[in-house]
Design a protein around this ligand. Structure first.
Ligand code: SFD
Ligand code: AMP
Length: 624
């Protein structure tokens, strides 16, 4: 492509991504970089104001520990996260984030985020760890602080990162392309912070036809963090720990406020509360089946058992919950006022973070104070920051990490100079929007310390090496241009496969063989091995992805990234010889939890040969 120019950018710390973790990283890195005369550059595939998971806004901050206020102890949070993940968590990382997260929340408030207050001026809690916010502009507020800290000349928006730049086992930058102009970008750095979110669209979504593209987690997150870290040779962890969110059906509205703030019940179509009728099932998953709150995957599992027995649809009893709260008032006038207030809160919960659910309510004449709404288990997502755990295996902080989990710089992956945060870092679940921001700050401070202490050299890539990377990145455009004449229909051609077709093929493989919605989240060794066979053929065909324009080029790379996430997932579920997270996935041939598998499963891929290595890693706890 003759008109594709190459732009080279030299920096010290490169932040890939512009979401919650990256914004936290930007604020912190700018501070330490200034003291050390270093340059920090941030690249986002979209526009930071509305990119990533918080694009639409959020209605709650899900991690606030309240350490100083004495509301909770660190041990409380560790217990909560460990239990929710059925024992599999890096306590050093969880504690590292938990001790910093409150200060991130206080920064948000200083920057202008409206956090609900009670009559005494305290935060209004949704649940024990969650705070209610008026969050439709949450991302704009957080991005503004990041942009002010870095300065606009150091921010590249609408530039899609594809590959890491490596110098041996050291990560020294990244390459990508503009999704608006014919420009190939080469970012040469001393250290890189990967914060490109989780992965959406690896599995076939429930949404189809008129709702196609609608997902719970944001479409921006397409597996870039997994691909980037794998190609850097870094070790990944918990790739089997997908997240299945239960959401309001068809538009993916959140359930947290209903369960925690409004104390709503979810019932099957026979008005039975599966958390009660199926309580005995929890014994099978002890000790974690017996803890409070019941782990998210087990809550899902009890619901799924009802669905599989034909007792669906499942309903969130919004009408019951709203009326029960309003009835606590003393007279008719106060009751009416309270009903109006609750109705407003119900709508705002969706309007703050999942606007399409409010539209669906309007379209289906749903008045939440009068009528229950269906909820359902969504397709699997890869997200290290919520109730899943997939991500890179990173060093813990010196003062908290067991020696097995410490290699010099917190949040550095096993690839030198490559730091990870948010969805990109694994085994530290339940950080959410606030904890991801806090972890971005931790990782950025650590990355600057690494640059100052180790004085790593910048990338030395010559013109030929850069040209080879450029050819690889823009190859789909060339493949399309070269073969276009072979057929009259643009999306059916013997010379190429278009990104959309490729995506559907991948999603069908994952859905049917790796435990997607169609398979009722169930899989087995035989199915997983078949998935690997089909994924290998898909990988072969990925070299023939075609793109008619820059938008397609982005789609081509998004799907390549997702394909590696898919493979990491299938290989890891196959390796783990048990079912530990029923409700996220169920291995029909290994239907029980096994004490010997209370370990991490880590994997890595040799970027040159494509060979995978899988291993068990012991869990070392820091709590008593
Ligand atoms: O409750 C590339 N989340 C919630 N967190 C809360 O604290 N409260 C809530 O109320 C939450 N809810 C919720 C949440 C998310 C979503 C989608 C909904 C509801 C509907 C979770 C948090 O939002 C989440 O934990 C954090 O945002 C994770 O942070 P981070 O930084 O890991 O991911 P990101 O914010 O999505 O940002 C990713 C960035 O990467 C960019 N990117 N850039 C360059 N090149 C590439 N190839 C790239 N690929 C991706 C993206 O553009 C983005 O900037 S509740 O309902 O669950
Ligand atoms: P969600 O909307 O499901 O993402 O939930 C928001 C927050 O509430 C997360 O911290 C969840 O872990 C938590 N949560 C949601 N439902 C429940 C529940 N039934 N019991 C305990 N915690 C919950």
């Amino acid at each position: 492509m003759a008109d594709f120019t190459t732009v080279e950018v030299e920096t010290d710390l490169l932040i890939c991504g512009g979401g919650m973790a990256a914004c936290g990283a930007a604020v912190e890195a700018a501070h330490w970089a200034k003291k050390n005369n270093l340059k920090v550059t941030l690249v986002d595939k979209a526009a930071m104001d509305r990119s990533g998971a918080v694009a639409m806004g959020l209605s709650a901050i899900n991690q606030y520990v309240g350490l100083k206020d004495g509301q909770n102890t660190m041990q409380d949070y560790l217990d909560y996260v460990r239990n929710d993940l059925m024992g599999v968590t890096r306590e050093d990382l969880v504690a590292s984030i938990a001790r910093h997260v409150d200060s991130t929340v206080h920064l948000y408030e200083k920057w202008g985020l409206p956090i609900w207050k009670d009559k005494d001026g305290g935060y209004v809690h949704e649940g024990r760890w969650q705070l209610m916010i008026n969050g439709e502009s949450y991302k704009i507020i957080v991005a503004e602080a990041a942009k002010n800290a870095l300065g606009k000349d150091n921010i590249y928006e609408r530039v899609f990162i594809t590959e890491p730049l490596m110098d041996g086992d050291r990560c020294v930058g990244a390459v990508g392309f503009s999704v608006r102009e014919n420009k190939f970008y080469v970012f040469k750095a001393r250290a890189v912070l990967c914060a490109m979110g989780g992965a959406v669209g690896v599995f076939k979504p429930r949404s189809s036809g008129e709702g196609a593209g609608r997902a719970w987690y944001p479409p921006f997150n397409s597996g870039a963090s997994t691909y980037f870290t794998l190609q850097a040779g870094a070790e990944l962890t918990c790739q089997e720990v997908r997240f299945i969110p239960v959401r309001f059906k068809d538009a993916y509205g959140p359930v947290g406020a209903w369960f925690l703030l409004f104390k709503a019940r979810a019932t099957n179509a026979l008005d039975e509360n599966y958390m009660q009728t199926r309580a005995s099932e929890l014994e099978k998953w002890a000790p974690y089946g017996k803890v409070k709150p019941v782990p998210a995957n087990l809550r899902n599992w009890l619901m799924m058992l009802d669905v599989m027995e034909g007792k669906g649809p499942i309903y969130m009893r919004t009408e019951e919950a709203i009326q029960a709260i309003a009835k606590e008032t003393t007279d008719e006038k106060a009751y009416k006022k309270k009903m109006k207030e609750l109705e407003n809160e119900a709508w705002e919960d969706f309007l703050d973070m999942t606007i399409s659910q409010a539209i669906l309510w309007a379209a289906t004449d749903t008045e939440p104070e009068k009528k229950a709404s269906e909820i359902a288990a969504a397709e699997p997502y890869f997200i290290g920051s919520h109730s899943g755990a997939s991500g890179a295996w990173v060093s813990g902080p010196k003062d908290l990490a067991p020696k097995e989990y410490f290699w010099g710089y917190e949040n550095m992956s096993t690839a030198k100079g490559l730091f990870c945060a948010g969805d990109a870092s694994g085994a530290s679940s339940h950080k959410f929007s606030s904890g991801s921001h806090a972890e971005g700050r931790i990782a950025a401070k650590s990355a600057i310390r690494y640059i100052v202490n180790e004085k790593p050299a910048k990338a030395k890539y010559d013109a030929a090496a850069i040209q080879a990377l450029k050819d690889l990145v823009i190859r789909p455009l060339k493949t399309y241009a070269d073969n276009q004449g072979l057929s009259t229909q643009a999306d059916v051609n013997p010379g190429y496969i278009m990104p959309n077709m490729f995506r559907m093929r991948m999603q069908k493989i994952m859905d049917e063989y790796a435990g997607g919605v169609t398979a009722q989240f169930t899989t087995s060794e035989r199915n997983l091995k078949r998935a690997l066979e089909l994924l290998a053929m898909l990988k072969e065909d990925s070299a023939k992805l075609g793109a008619k324009d820059l938008h397609d080029l982005m789609r081509a790379w998004e799907n390549t990234h997702r394909m590696y996430q898919a493979e990491a997932h299938v290989r890891t579920i196959l390796f783990r010889q048990e079912t530990r997270w029923p409700g996220y996935y169920f291995r029909s041939d290994k239907p029980k939890m096994d004490k010997d598998w209370e370990v991490f499963v880590n994997c890595k891929m040799d970027p040159k040969s494509g060979e995978w290595e899988m291993k068990k890693v012991p869990i070392v706890r820091i709590s008593k």
